[in-house]
Write a protein that binds this ligand. Structure first.
Ligand SMILES: Cc1cc2nc3c(=O)[nH]c(=O)nc-3n(C[C@H](O)[C@H](O)[C@H](O)COP(=O)(O)OP(=O)(O)OC[C@H]3O[C@@H](n4cnc5c(N)ncnc54)[C@H](O)[C@@H]3O)c2cc1C
Length: 531
């Protein structure tokens, strides 16, 4: 693996780039990769010189994020680095402890098993740092992307012509970089958000949670439930959620309702209680956190856009925060590139907030609903008893778990199914079709073994001609007149149903669909490019 780049100094920074990205976390790096691949020069400002392994945080990289990685050509690189393959386990187990009774189980969770044609890439379980290290490497391979670690954004000013970003290095030296646009992907404490006068609205959960990473090489033989990606421990001594980081004995755990002080004092007791047996464990790092349910009031002010945790925070249940942030990065990335390349119009940038906000709101609602029932809420008398009362309590718990937790682990309708209903750059008929409608993600199809329809799509727009339809000349010509990159793809034998023509955006959403070309193809192209 290439070494981390040395810290940058103010003197190393360019005076001007097309886009400055504040924050080289997963979302900022994803935005830079989307932009850099599209020929846009960008500078990523990031204080951390190395990626810490102390806080694995995101473990669930969902099928939609994996699809972005596939489009960037790096899905396999992530799988090569991930300590656990999807084949290792696709189960979530609820139990009284790792060594104790099983209460309930969900199988085929979190997009870890194929689902017919539904998506081309399985989800992947991997600690967030594995993804971040890969994204750093990939950003570093793009000639137009510069990652300046050891630097931070300290001020932002903008006018009609440009945005000027003040960057400070570790020695306190400053540089001002001007750019056409700034993306604030600088996390929950975003300096960019503060500078543009945007603010979070929403709530903060009161319950503390205590995260740890620990090594317990001798723990696996005590695990009574076989491999799983999550073990939800329903046990009054340590209501918790834990899972393996690798198969060698490194684990993450979240102890619910435990504050920092208690967690640090009682770390070993919490691990033993979750394991159900005393184990030799070494705590490698701790990470206390509380859940927040917050969205910014404005995701854009002038030339500055917010993305990722700088713009929205949701409880981690269901594994959506980072994945939603990657969705922001992709959406903003292709739209900014289109505008910088001259074919995207101003409404394309307006559509960023219009399109992403409903997605973020829906994710926030689901993640909050997921948080309503955790191990703590599932506690009940007798769960650990080896008698009739125990069996009855476990049966009741199992029923409750199946009723309340299924959606959290089988959330593909949320991950793939969100429809953009109100966007200035999506042309929807008065009565949109139920499937294959403008504003939905292009339904995936396998064209042959391992050959995805998505792999055939262009980097710009794609006109999909379905079922031998040879129409589409007018749309193609209109796109060329407006310099909109377009690729024509014939899908010879699509599943029954759906329109004969579909105009697909770079993010694989349908911008328009119909059985024949509209009378004014130029008006269609102008609408979808936000002119
Ligand atoms: C316990 C837990 C579990 C989670 N599990 C999941 C999961 O399974 N799936 C999921 O999708 N999400 C999960 N999340 C959420 C996920 O961790 C975040 O959504 C994700 O880190 C957001 O990425 P980001 O790049 O927006 O922000 P961050 O990761 O916070 O990155 C922001 C970056 O900005 C940098 N920065 C800060 N200040 C400045 C400045 N002034 N100038 C420049 N740079 C700056 C920081 O150094 C940092 O690198 C979980 C979170 C928690 C707490």
């Amino acid at each position: 693996m290439p070494a981390d780049p040395p810290s940058a100094t103010a003197a190393d920074l360019p005076r001007a780039v097309q886009v400055v990205v504040a924050g080289g976390g997963p979302v900022g790096l994803a935005a830079a990769i989307e932009l850099g691949r599209r020929g846009v020069s960008c500078l990523v400002i990031e204080p951390r010189t190395t990626v810490s392994h102390a806080r694995p945080r995101c473990k669930t990289i969902n099928v939609r994020s994996m699809e972005h990685l596939r489009r960037w050509g790096i899905a396999d690189r992530l799988r090569d680095r991930a300590p656990l393959s999807p084949a290792w386990s696709q189960d979530v187990v609820f139990c009284t402890s790792l060594a104790g009774y099983e209460l309930s189980r969900f199988t085929g969770v979190l997009g870890l098993v194929p689902d017919g044609d539904r998506f081309p890439e399985l989800g992947q379980q991997a600690p967030q740092y594995v993804l971040e290290e890969l994204l750093r490497d990939v950003a570093g391979e793009l000639p137009l992307v510069q990652l300046a670690t050891g630097t931070r954004v300290t001020d932002v000013e903008q006018d009609e012509a440009e945005v000027r970003v003040t960057v400070s290095d570790e020695a306190g030296q400053r540089a001002i970089v001007s750019a056409a646009y700034l993306i604030g992907a600088d996390g929950p404490k975003s300096m960019v958000r503060e500078r543009i006068g945007s603010g979070y609205l929403g709530e903060h959960a009161l319950r503390p949670n205590f995260g740890m990473v620990f090594r317990a090489a001798g723990l696996w033989p005590h695990v009574a439930h076989g491999p799983a990606v999550h073990y939800w421990v329903v046990n009054p001594a340590a209501p918790a959620l834990l899972g393996p980081i690798d198969t060698d004995g490194t684990w993450w755990i979240i102890a619910f309702g435990v504050d920092r002080e208690t967690g640090e004092r009682e770390a070993r007791r919490l691990i033993d209680a979750a394991a159900g047996v005393p184990v030799e464990a070494t705590v490698l790092s701790t990470d206390p956190w509380t859940a927040r349910m917050q969205l910014v009031d404005r995701m854009r002010v002038g030339r500055v856009f917010l993305a990722g945790d700088a713009a929205h925070l949701n409880p981690p249940f269901g594994g959506h925060g980072l994945n939603t942030g990657l969705g922001d990065a992709v959406d903003l990335g292709w739209k900014l590139a289109a505008v910088l390349q001259g074919w995207g119009g101003p409404r394309l940038l307006d559509s960023y907030q219009t399109e992403r906000r409903p997605v973020q709101e829906q994710v926030l609602r689901e993640a909050t609903a997921n948080m309503a029932v955790t191990s703590t809420e599932l506690l009940a008398d007798n769960l650990g008893d080896d008698d009739a009362a125990g069996r009855q309590a476990r049966q009741a718990a199992s029923e409750r778990i199946q009723q309340t937790k299924r959606q959290e682990f089988h959330a593909l309708d949320l991950v793939l199914g969100i429809t953009i209903t109100d966007s200035p750059v999506i042309v929807r008929p008065q009565a949109p079709a139920k499937s294959f409608a403008a504003g939905t993600l292009l339904p995936h199809a396998w064209l042959g073994p391992g050959r995805s329809l998505y792999d055939e799509l262009g980097e710009g727009f794609t006109l999909l001609r379905r079922g031998g339809n040879a129409d589409g000349e007018g749309i193609e010509k209109a796109a060329r007149i407006r310099s909109v990159p377009i690729k024509i793809v014939d899908e010879p034998a699509p599943d029954a149903g759906g329109p004969a023509l579909a105009l697909i955006r770079p993010d694989r959403y349908l911008a328009w669909a119909g059985n024949r070309e509209p009378a004014d193809a130029l008006a269609l192209i102008d609408a979808v490019r936000g002119a």
